[in-house]
Design a binder for this molecule. Structure first.
Ligand SMILES: [Zn+2]
Length: 321
């Protein structure tokens, strides 16, 4: 074990993940009561990475007193249950995570089936299976009954003697928070340096038409705390300082998704969300999530009065208004 780091130091812990960008990060914030922000990826390699990262800071897993979870995806909450078996941290998660992880599987399946059908995707049951699998995986990583504290948007809360503000940053995931303390922003997948995180939001669950609006809302929340942020510790990619730059880039990226969806509907005359996606991104293989962004963009354009929609046999088709 290394000598202990000084209070206020952040130890960055790297995890391998199986999809791009290939790595995810959790952070150990050294304080009188050590705080872990996020818990890496699942499995034995994830645990080894977490345990050695904690040890590099001069601590043992059982000394972790607080675990803050930015959002309940497996690459960020992967070792929460394992850590809870090894130690007894107080677990903090954004409001709504407990309910989302406690979601009734049959109801989720029925909702995804209905919404995937409406989007016109050819592989409805594959979407249903992925949604159900990911719910099961997410709640195995972070059992909802083991969340001690749910933090509300904008809430200031203490973890030991460290005070955090929870910044509500939906869009990538509906119940995501970034945690701000003393100029340091632990951003999860709300702001990442080299790319805009996907607007997965809720997938095809209830609320699926809000993905793009929610992402814009999250960016506004980041803008409002930006003057207080000196350094960003993201869930992927490098630690960075230019939060305003990342927010501006993400806004532009969302603007172009919306503009592209509009242009495709105008050129095709009438189209489902799936047809818009196929036209906009080409092959969907392995990128099935891009349809969630089209659904959100098309719904936004409809709310703005730019597009009309009609429903026939459960399928939504969009056309210029
Ligand atoms: Zn992630």
């Amino acid at each position: 074990m290394e000598p202990r780091l000084d209070a206020g130091t952040v130890e960055r812990i790297e995890f391998d993940i199986e999809w791009p960008p290939g790595t995810a990060f959790a952070y150990l914030l050294v304080a009188e009561e050590p705080i872990l922000v996020d818990a890496g990826s699942p499995g034995e390699t994830g645990w080894n990475a977490l345990a050695s990262g904690i040890s590099d800071a001069g601590y043992a897993p059982e000394e972790i007193e607080h675990l803050l979870v930015t959002h309940p995806h497996t690459d960020h909450a992967g070792q929460a249950a394992t850590l809870l078996d090894a130690a007894d941290p107080t677990v903090y998660a954004p409001v709504g995570v407990r309910a989302r992880l406690s979601r009734d599987v049959d109801d989720l399946a029925a909702t995804v089936r209905r919404n995937a059908t409406a989007a016109g995707v050819p592989d409805v049951e594959a979407h249903v299976d992925r949604a159900v699998d990911s719910l099961r995986r997410n709640r195995a990583c972070l059992p909802p009954e083991r969340i001690d504290v749910e933090v509300a948007p904008g809430e200031r809360f203490s973890a030991g003697d460290t005070v955090f503000e929870a910044v509500h940053v939906p869009g990538h995931q509906e119940n995501q928070a970034a945690f701000l303390t003393d100029g340091l922003l632990f951003a999860g997948d709300a702001a990442v340096e080299p790319f805009r995180p996907a607007a997965l939001h809720v997938g095809f669950d209830e609320g699926h038409t809000e993905s793009i609006d929610a992402f814009y809302e999250g960016l506004s929340a980041l803008s409002s705390v930006e003057p207080d942020v000196e350094r960003v510790y993201p869930g992927h990619g490098p630690v960075f300082e230019d939060l305003a730059g990342a927010v501006a880039r993400d806004r532009e990226s969302l603007d172009s998704v919306v503009a592209d969806c509009r242009a495709v509907v105008e050129s095709l005359g009438v189209a489902t969300a799936h047809e818009v996606t196929a036209e906009r991104v080409g092959t969907l293989d392995g990128r099935e999530y891009t349809v969630f962004e089209s659904v959100g963009a098309l719904a936004r354009l409809r709310r703005q009065g730019v597009l009309d929609a009609e429903t026939e046999e459960g399928v939504h088709r969009f056309r210029p208004a």
